[in-house]
Design a protein around this ligand. Structure first.
Ligand code: RB5
Length: 143
């Protein structure tokens, strides 16, 4: 799967871990940065990754900042983006099954690397359940 990923400085170290996992799992990774711990503005990276997912240049996206909050707020400004901020596996699974999330957000200062890896594995491996959830997700576009 083509996965776009981005972080700010607060999420850079966890991004390194997640990129390595994605590559190990055989995904095609499009890393938009940042590429070091220098201070940057997270909305720019959210916009870049969300643009790729919206245009179909990537199937899914992953955004990491210090808390995951800023990235999720910025990502959900995009009309076709459904970004889920997850810090454990249950919400990661449900965000796919019920909400068809196309962006996963995590916080490096909240979630340790081992849990983050499990979240990513679960999130990428869980299909959307459809049915009544399809109708609900479609209602987003009328809001
Ligand atoms: C950067 O210090 C921090 O504000 C950012 O990574 C993120 O947590 C914002 O939501």
């Amino acid at each position: 799967m083509k996965v776009a990923i981005g972080s700010d400085h607060g999420g850079f170290s966890l991004k390194v871990v997640v990129v390595a996992l994605l590559q190990k799992l055989g995904h095609d990774v499009d890393d938009v940065g940042c590429f070091d711990g220098e201070s940057v503005d997270y909305p720019q990276f959210a916009d870049n990754v969300c643009g790729k997912v919206s245009r179909g240049d990537a199937e899914k996206g992953i955004l990491i900042c210090g808390t995951g909050i800023g990235m999720s707020m910025a990502a959900n400004k995009h009309g076709s983006i459904r970004a889920a901020l997850c810090s454990e596996q249950y919400t990661a699974r449900m965000s796919r099954e019920h909400n068809d999330a196309n962006i996963l957000c995590m916080g490096e200062r909240v979630t340790g690397a081992g849990v983050a890896e499990e979240i990513v594995r679960t999130w990428l491996g869980t299909p959307f359940a459809g049915g009544r959830h399809q109708r609900r997700v479609e209602l987003f576009s009328s809001l």
